[in-house]
Design a protein around this ligand. Structure first.
Ligand code: GSH
Length: 224
């Protein structure tokens, strides 16, 4: 394996019989950050496996393709269980280690799914692409991504006028799934100045026990 392992978290003692949780990730990945936040908020010891996906190198490695046929991070290994896609990983971790993060009553469960879908489709196909256009020079229709991004932020801000959290009366994985690319949106030249309810919601997330920041979020330098 060419990936580097960092010991940023406590190792799980083999003699306790616990499985090792391993997150394949890149520190500038917003999708990865959703998972990093939940692992931290749940207090779960884990290892990071650095995957330099912008370089294209991990995508050449058969071992990486065996973990995720889409050749993307984040990927979570929990013992023999391998899950890819940040939303799916949030669901897995919540159901296995922190059920409060994913309420199963019909309405909040449906609302969580609604916002996980919003994160996958609407947010990733606007704010994430605009960020990649400016940060990494990726080819995207930036006018379209900007228009879509403004629509996403407008919808979020309107929804957050009605309630403090997206899916329930407390923070859930819906909030964590939507948070990173909204918080990183100024890197895609979509500042949050006109979206004060969204900024207040971000501050509520940032006050949760175990919250961790990442470079580029508000309160950190815009370009790391
Ligand atoms: N739907 C996936 C998207 C994952 C994704 O876009 N990952 C990016 C990094 S944030 C990646 O690995 N890109 C490299 C590639 O597609 O080759 C998720 O939510 O995890």
């Amino acid at each position: 394996m060419t990936a580097l392992r960092s010991a940023s978290s406590l190792p799980i003692a083999a003699d306790q019989g616990a499985t090792v949780i391993r997150l394949h990730d890149h520190p500038l990945s917003g999708n990865g950050h959703k998972v990093r936040m939940l692992l931290s908020m749940l207090g779960l010891p884990h290892e990071h496996v650095f995957r330099d996906v912008p370089s294209g190198r991990p995508q050449q490695e058969p071992e990486f393709a065996a973990l995720n046929p889409l050749l993307q991070i984040p990927i979570l290994e929990d013992g023999q269980t391998v899950i890819w896609d940040s939303q799916a990983i949030l669901v897995y971790l919540a159901r296995r280690y922190g059920p409060d993060w994913f309420p199963l009553e019909p309405e909040p469960a449906a609302r969580v799914m609604q916002w996980l879908s919003f994160a996958t489709n609407e947010i990733n196909n606007s704010l994430q692409q605009a960020r990649l256009y400016y940060l990494l020079g990726e080819h995207h229709d930036i006018d379209l991504m900007t228009r879509r991004g403004l629509r996403v932020l407008t919808i979020l801000d309107r929804e957050l006028a009605e309630r403090p959290w997206l899916a329930a009366d407390r923070a859930t994985i819906a909030d964590l799934a939507c948070y990173p690319y909204v918080g990183l949106s100024r890197q895609g030249k979509l500042p949050l100045d006109d979206f004060r309810r969204t900024v207040a919601w971000m501050e509520r997330i940032e006050a949760l026990p175990g919250y961790i920041p990442m470079p580029g979020l508000l309160g950190t330098p815009a370009i790391p």
